[in-house]
Design a protein around this ligand. Structure first.
Ligand code: NAD
Length: 486
């Protein structure tokens, strides 16, 4: 077994266990964590059975009252200490992210920096005003409304940004007084679970406030169904989001859904074509295209399409494919055989239907090279489906109206980018796109701790995470009246 992260956290403590008021044996057995680049087993983690989830739900509910009643400064102190531990242990976090999720070290650094930003933002969130003094209906009386914690929050996450997605939900949920059941994806249970538990343990989070319950769909279903859980924050595919929402809906829980996308990068004829192609390459090839906010359609004005496509191919050819731990590698393997065969099917079916491969298009094992496709039409899977791989379908358009029509021709509505020499013009086009997020002369794939992240259509359910949206999501209103001054 390849040994990584020697020292902290002590493997003897967490290997084969779950975290639920301490590290303990699970009823769900263990599961190996496989490194996509090498096939090596990196660790064995404990898998939480539905019974383990039920026990964790009871413990989290029992801890909820005291944590909610803690002074905001006490909760903030935990978040500040967690930032310190994350900084001190950043080498360990980076190494696990690189080896478990198969991203290059810069992807690990990005997740760490973004997680630190989320913790810093949550520190501010804890002390924001959260109430209103209302006009009382009885003269001289009191009428107050303020936001209180929900209780136990269930967080169900995917594998592609395991640390960031854990912290972006945990930090506001904890800051605002909730306790949490965190279910990381079974492909990344260490960087998305074990290390997060150890981080908050070292930061002094009281026992029972956070539970880390690795497992697959059945563990996720148990979290969504648990009677102690008041809210589910789910990030993942639209199909799994629907399955989670069905179960959570039955229990009348709040559901925050961050789902998939088919995001367009639009290049108008007055754009800087080199800058647009660089943004396009980053948006589709970065982390092997495995981001919900990756560009899934490159819509380019016919006047620029040749220059844009040439530049995109140049960027694709310049990226070395290999083990992300090797110096100079820009593209690692995709996460799993399932993901590799999915990307292969989408490209092969599109090519059989008439698309042309300008570069890439053939995988070796899990290594799928950056690929550029043209002659893509609207019936092809490369146009209709979220690819979640390093594949850039390029489509020409003749007018702004046509670009907007193509960009909106999807049930998804997560992110978009518009490139133009005129920011007001790009802004006007952006205003016509049905997406939760849009960026001018930039990449599609952006996030910021102070911004409301999320999508429209089947990319979500109108919920957002980040910024002041997290204050709304992770708390609920309470109204109180009294006949006199309270
Ligand atoms: P997935 O939906 O298969 O899995 C995500 C999580 O849900 C995992 O923890 C998984 O174990 C769990 N899960 C799966 N089926 C479940 C079920 N029936 N009940 C309960 N839990 C279940 O997602 P994936 O394929 O691993 O991740 C890729 C998808 O996630 C893409 O569609 C991508 O666009 C989306 N995503 C969205 C965002 C966002 O913020 N909008 C971010 C990253 C990824």
């Amino acid at each position: 077994m390849a040994v990584i992260g020697e020292g902290w956290p002590d493997r003897a403590e967490w290997a084969g266990r779950i975290f639920s008021a301490g590290w303990r044996e699970s009823d769900g057995g263990t599961r190996p964590v496989i490194e996509p680049a090498t096939g090596d087993t990196l660790a064995d983690v404990g898998i939480a059975s539905p019974t383990d989830v039920a026990r964790a739900g009871v413990r989290a509910a029992a801890a909820a009252g005291e944590w909610a009643a803690a002074a905001p400064s006490d909760r903030v102190a935990v978040l500040l200490r967690a930032s310190g531990v994350l900084r001190d242990r950043s080498d360990t976090f980076r190494e696990w992210i690189v080896r478990e999720s198969a991203g290059v070290p810069a992807k690990g650094d990005y997740e760490i920096a973004a997680a630190l930003a989320q913790l810093a933002h949550a520190v501010g969130l804890a002390s924001l005003p959260r109430g209103e003094v209302l006009a009382p209906q009885t003269p001289g009386g009191t009428s107050l409304a303020w936001r209180v914690p929900l209780g136990v929050v269930g967080v169900i996450n995917p594998w592609n940004a395991p640390l960031l997605f854990a912290v972006r939900a945990l930090a506001p949920a904890l800051a605002l007084g909730n306790t949490v059941l965190l279910k990381p994806d079974p492909l990344t249970p260490v960087s998305g679970g074990v290390l997060v538990a150890r981080l908050f343990e070292d930061a002094g989070l009281p026992d029972g406030v956070l539970h880390v319950l690795p497992g697959g769909a059945d563990t996720g279903q148990a979290v969504a169904a648990d009677p102690h859980v008041a809210m589910i924050a789910f990030t993942g595919s639209t199909a799994a989001g629907r399955a989670v929402a069905r179960v959570a809906g039955e229990g009348l829980k709040r559901v925050l859904l961050e789902l998939g996308g088919k995001n367009s990068l639009v290049v108008l004829e007055d754009a800087d074509v080199e800058a647009a192609a660089l943004a396009g390459a980053v948006s589709t090839f970065g982390y092997q295209g495995q981001a919900c906010v990756a560009a899934g359609r490159h819509l380019v004005h016919t006047d620029l399409v040749e220059a844009y496509t040439d530049a995109l191919v140049r960027h694709a050819l310049a990226m070395r494919v290999g083990d992300p731990r090797e110096e100079g590698v820009g593209i690692g393997p995709v996460i799993s055989v399932g993901q590799a065969t999915r990307v292969e099917r989408i490209v092969d079916e599109s090519v059989a239907a008439g698309a042309r491969v300008l570069t890439g298009g053939r995988r070796e094992g899990l290594f799928y090279p950056p690929t550029v496709l043209d002659r893509v039409d609207r019936a092809m899977p490369a146009y209709t489906e979220e690819i979640f791989g390093p594949v850039a379908p390029v489509l020409p358009f003749r007018s702004e109206a046509e670009a907007v029509e193509i960009a909106n021709d999807t049930a998804y509505g997560l992110a978009a980018a518009v490139h133009s020499g005129s920011v007001p013009r790009a802004t006007a086009v952006a205003g016509q796109l049905r997406t939760g997020m849009v960026h001018i002369n930039d990449v599609c794939a952006k996030d910021a701790a102070n911004a409301p992240f999320g999508g429209m259509g089947v990319s979500g359910n109108g919920s957002r995470i980040g910024g002041t949206a997290s204050l709304e999501q992770f708390t609920q209103w309470r109204w109180m009246t009294a006949p006199g001054p309270s």
